[in-house]
Design a protein around this ligand. Sequence first.
Ligand code: CA
Length: 251
Amino acid sequence: MTLESGRPPRVLIVEDEVSFVEALRSGLRREGFALDVARDGREALERFATCQPDVILLDVMLPRISGLDVCREIRSTSHVPIIMVSARGEEIDTVVGLEVGADDYVSKPYRFRELVARIRALLRRSQAAESERRNTECPSQEVLEAGEVRMDTGAHEVKIRGECVQMPMKEFELLRVLLEQAGRVISREDLFEEVWGFDYLGDSKTLDSHIRRLRQKVETDPSSPRCIVTIRGAGYKYAIPELAEARGGDA
Ligand code: CA
């Protein structure tokens, strides 16, 4: 597999166990990947800044800075695909990993073929997303507005009641999907797939907690949301205030 630019995809392996590093290094090299290795969380952040990986394989339990914190930190600035690797029996489950912005999961011991298949699937998806971002550079599509919320997707900026609000990547993506389809009900499954990129059949707490955090930022009274509303049994809807008012309402 090569990227559009013709170069081999670069994998940043973040792993402190030497035996795993060696196995991955030789296996992935045989599969045609370029590699970088970091042995702890701090080194991972340094490497990430300099080597520009196309995908990151990130062990959860790392010296110095944990894999979860590394993931959170990278996710605040980058869409790079991240696969979390956890040891069997570690109590860090998929929910926590998805919370901090990981794209996929494997637990040790994993089958190498399966890992390679997941890396390739993520690369394909991120390339598709990247070209979609390039193709939608028409300015009129870059600004989404509803009521007191204004999102500039090109500049990755959200203003709520005139104030700039910092938003982690997945919250930003979730709000973007809601705004793009403002006034329409979106099912939980569709929202999850749009934002996290795959069907997730497990616990749905991740979506709930992201919705909760968005409401804290968007709603004037998060305990009785009027923008991001729950449609029972159906999903969520971004309510367009103009329509609610036109209907005469305090609805
Ligand atoms: Ca480890």
